[in-house]
Design a binder for this molecule. Structure first.
Ligand SMILES: [Zn+2]
Length: 258
């Protein structure tokens, strides 16, 4: 009996000892190998400006190659009038993606954007992370912002930019229902964390004809913000791009219904 158990134990030990190390490695890594690409693809679909898996989103223009669109997110804010003044002096028409909460707080600034001839778009009401929102929350964010913009400006806007550029499957169905087209960007200035020189270098280094540039005239739904670096970067970017032969347009499809 003892001998038999001894032989049995020896056999088990040998079986473990001779099991190919590669097989054991794959037992651990195979699930990761199978799930990581799926997780990576999901992350791409949610976050990459050029991803189109969850509905179309424009990340560059379709028109002539000399065109560039400047866009500003998170307004209207206490800083927006300074951007409107600078854009007027520069002779540039731009596209502003506004949060509904900001529009309700600063309706006269929202009207000033429209009256200056700039395009206005929907950037949700409270600037949430949409992939973490329920279907009802996504719909509320989209439609309440349409209502806020309509009340302030008398217009129904046609363009939408998701906060942080993050999509969700719900958004893909909500936007067509609201008559909205999604817009991402070719280059984002990282202007919420960098100084003007670095913002301008990033934009000028990466943007090409048909590019859509994303900067900020506000900071989510904060009542007060300082966008001096973004404003200074704007004043550096526009003349340099004009020297390269570019002209500035609003994102096509912006034409709001009165
Ligand atoms: Zn934003």
């Amino acid at each position: 009996m003892l001998g038999s158990m001894g032989r049995f134990g020896t056999a088990v030990t040998l079986e473990c000892a001779i099991r190919p190390p590669l097989a054991r490695i794959w037992m651990v890594w195979l699930p990761l190998v199978l799930t990581l690409p799926a997780a990576g693809y999901a992350a791409y679909a949610v976050a990459h400006p050029r991803a189109q898996l969850w509905g179309p989103s424009r990340w560059q223009l379709d028109g002539p190659p000399d065109q560039i669109a400047l866009t500003f997110d998170d307004g209207p804010s206490n800083e927006t009038p300074r951007f409107l003044e600078a854009l007027d002096e520069l002779g540039v028409k731009a596209t502003f993606f506004a949060c509904g909460a900001n529009v309700e707080r600063c309706p006269s600034v929202a009207r000033a954007i429209v009256e200056a001839g700039h395009a206005l778009g929907n950037h949700t009401f409270s600037h949430p992370c949409l992939p973490l929102c329920s279907r009802a929350q996504v719909l509320e964010e989209v439609f309440s912002t349409q209502d806020a913009i309509g009340t302030a400006t008398g217009r129904t806007v046609k363009l939408f930019r998701p906060p942080y550029g993050l999509r969700s499957p719900v958004l893909a169905t909500a936007l067509p229902a609201a008559g909205l087209t999604s817009v991402h960007w070719t280059v984002i200035g990282n202007d919420w964390k960098w100084d003007a020189g670095r913002i301008a270098r990033r934009v000028l280094g990466r943007v090409r004809g048909r590019g859509i540039v994303c900067l900020h005239d506000g900071h989510a739904t904060r009542p007060h913000t300082d966008r001096s670096e973004s404003l200074e970067a704007l004043k550096q970017i526009v003349p340099r791009l004009r020297e390269r032969g570019h002209r500035f347009v609003r994102v096509p499809g912006w034409e709001a219904e009165a």
